[in-house]
Structures are given as structure tokens and as C-alpha cells.
Design a protein around this ligand. Structure first.
Ligand SMILES: Nc1ncnc2c1ncn2[C@@H]1O[C@H](COP(=O)(O)OP(=O)(O)OP(=O)(O)O)[C@@H](O)[C@H]1O
Length: 260
């Protein structure tokens, strides 16, 4: 379980308003939690804090424990060797950034396995093929370069890379933004399947409440760096208590009415 207690984050600089302002939240294993909220509410900051990838100058207070381990106390070296990718991994918006254009997918996914799992290059390449297959791509695509893939295919490959070290928790920050509606649905279906087959704890960050409500067991609503509502998705949507959630729901209804 990921337990976040009293998390406060400031980025420094002259305008020192906290991006996270006392966050208490729990992300369960083998379960999907959607984190929703308007732009600037702190969703990506929470992901960066969970992943331990805050920029220089950022100041973090509070505690994050993952399966009982205090990760806020880990040094940079420990995070790199035994936390990131192995305990908690990440899929970002626009998978183009996940890959360098000059190496094949097999080399890039394989490299993660060589570094973190100590596999030999040939074994790492084989395993990379299996991971691609698990996300619905042909295993032979280990020989392809990122530019040879469509946006959706690239996002699948980025998910394969995030799964490489079998981290029990996966953070997905707007993983379907920039994809067309059909491809969005396919990626969300894939994430749902992987959550079940691998027993993953998935933290899905999105500003899209419709998407969140279609897949998440739990919903966390952020506003201005605070959790303003949380609970099982059905409960939150059936009886939203906070003005912000009601506004989000109304916007969703308007969108649905517009589409039908
Ligand atoms: N690297 C950074 N340096 C300084 N301020 C930052 C940085 N990243 C985010 N912020 C600020 O922190 C606050 C929260 O931003 P964050 O990106 O976490 O929100 P978000 O909910 O993910 O927004 P969006 O949906 O637009 O991605 C904002 O005020 C933002 O300007």
C-alpha cells in the first residue's frame, strides 16, 4: 500500500505557493485509483513526489511509505537502485518522451532490464519482446525504432517499459492525452487488463472524470494542492460532497449531452 501523510511540496522561487498542501491519501495494491482535478491542482506534482523525481529547489515535507518502506527517507542512489521502476514505475502523457529516437525499442526496454535486473543483453532483448507482446504489440517489434510506431503503439511500448521490472505499483499521468478517442479507450482497456492480470496498484492521473469513472475503484479529487474528496468511485459520483466534484460532474454531464 502507498500511504501519503501530510505531504507538502513547494518548488521554491519567488511565488512560493505550495503545489501540494498537506495531502493524506492511500493507494491500495491491486486496485485502480484515479486522481482527478483541474489544471494546476497538483496531480503531476503528486506523481513526481511519489516517483521521487522532483526538480532541484523543490522542498518536500511529510511522508510517503510504500509497503511499509519510508521512501521520503531514501537517498538518490537508493531510489535509483531499488525504488524507481522496481517498486513504483511511471507512464507519462505523450509516450514520445519515454524513448530516445536513436535506439530500437528492444535496446531501450532491454537496457532497463540490464541495469535493474542484471540480465545479459540477449536475455534482456528476449524479455523485452515478451513485454511488448503483453501490451499487444508483436514481439518482433523489439527491432523497431520509436518513429516507426503510431502514438497508441508508442504508448503501449512505454507501458511495456514501465512493466519491465515488475513494479507492483504503476503511476500513469494522463496516459491517453494526445490520442484519438478509440486509441484512448484501447489504452485504458489495456491498463485495466494489466491491473487485473498482474495485480497492479494503478494510480491513474487524469483531468477526465468520464475516463476516471469508467475504470477506477477509488477516486481522489484534488484542488489547489489538497484532497477535497475521496472514496469508492460509485460513492463519490453518486453523492459528491464537494463543490469542485459537483462542478466536474456537471461538466461531464454537459459533455455527454453534447455528444448524444
Ligand atoms: N517544476 C515546477 N516548478 C515550479 N512550479 C511548478 C512546477 N511544476 C508544477 N508547478 C506548479 O505547481 C502547481 C501544481 O502543478 P501540477 O503540474 O502538479 O498540476 P496538475 O494538476 O498536474 O496540472 P495539469 O493538469 O495542468 O498537468 C501549479 O501551480 C504549477 O504551476
Amino acid at each position: 500500500m502507498i500511504v501519503v501523510e501530510g505531504l507538502r511540496l513547494t518548488y521554491g522561487g519567488s511565488r512560493d505557493i505550495p503545489a501540494l498542501d498537506g495531502i493524506d491519501v492511500v493507494f491500495r495494491p491491486a486496485s485502480t485509483t484515479a486522481v482527478v482535478g483541474e489544471s494546476g491542482s497538483g496531480k503531476s506534482s503528486l506523481v513526481a513526489a511519489l516517483m521521487g523525481i522532483l526538480p532541484p529547489g523543490a522542498s518536500l515535507a511529510g511522508k510517503i511509505t510504500v509497503d511499509g518502506r519510508d521512501v521520503t527517507a531514501l537517498g538518490e542512489r537508493e531510489k535509483a537502485s531499488s525504488y524507481r521502476w522496481t517498486t513504483v514505475s511511471l507512464v507519462l502523457q505523450g509516450a514520445m518522451n519515454a524513448f530516445t529516437p536513436v535506439l530500437t525499442l528492444g535496446r531501450q526496454i532491454g537496457e532497463v532490464l540490464e541495469i535493474h535486473r542484471g540480465l545479459r543483453r540477449s536475455d534482456a532483448l528476449k524479455r523485452a519482446g515478451t513485454l511488448l507482446e503483453e501490451t499487444g504489440l508483436p514481439r518482433s517489434w523489439t527491432g523497431r525504432y520509436p518513429h516507426e510506431l503510431s502514438g497508441g503503439q508508442k504508448q503501449r511500448a512505454a507501458i511495456a517499459m514501465a512493466l519491465a521490472c515488475d513494479a507492483p505499483y504503476l503511476l500513469a499521468d494522463e496516459p491517453t492525452t494526445a490520442l484519438d478517442v478509440i486509441t484512448q479507450a484501447e489504452i485504458i482497456t489495456l491498463l485495466g487488463e494489466l491491473t487485473r492480470s498482474r495485480g497492479l496498484g494503478l494510480v491513474l492521473v487524469t483531468h477526465d472524470l468520464a475516463l476516471a469513472s469508467s475504470v477506477a475503484d477509488e477516486l481522489v479529487v484534488l484542488q489547489a494542492g489538497r484532497v477535497v474528496e475521496e472514496g469508492p468511485t460509485g460513492h463519490v459520483l453518486a453523492a459528491p460532497r464537494h463543490r469542485h466534484t459537483i462542478d466536474l460532474l456537471e461538466a461531464l454531464k454537459e459533455l455527454e449531452a453534447h455528444e448524444s
